[in-house]
Write a protein that binds this ligand. Sequence first.
Ligand SMILES: [Zn+2]
Length: 191
Amino acid sequence: MSQQVRLNARPGQTVRFPNECASCGREASERMPAEKRAGQTTRRVDVPICADCGRILARRSGEEERRLRLGRVLAGAAGLLAGGLVTLIAPGGWPLRLVLGVVVAAVAGLLVWRWAEARAERAALPEKQAVRESARLVDFSWRGLTLEFARDGFAERVRELNADLLPEQGTEPLPDPPPPGEGTRAATAEG
Ligand SMILES: [Zn+2]
């Protein structure tokens, strides 16, 4: 059964891990990013994994490949269309309109690409999803984060290695993530 660990680790503060794979327990040689986005803020913790699980992570299913290929085409098309349209209808001289067009094209392309990536991720091989779900960042705020580990004993060792970051017994639970503006400010101030 998966276990959660809550740590008072602020943005930029290091979380220590045992030198073993979060997924299978063998000696770790690589890192897997555990990420979570809330509004404009993204928090990332790198979790140790072994070479074999690293290879599983790098492997893509046929459906994943297909969705990523389609995503590239759609992102390009969305960028061209949105950028072209803005360049044509925006007021002002050509230089300004071109700059606006490029910016809008980049944003539109990026949004579509993010959507395509998330869609491809859902088509990942089961063993890849298992590795990914062995360590997840489930929640964070400006003053702490919650990690979840699927393998027995791993959460316990993380707790031992980060004893100085454990919340005091009986304190209130982690508050909701702050509104995007506040979170970003906290991240730049401390990170
Ligand atoms: Zn492994």
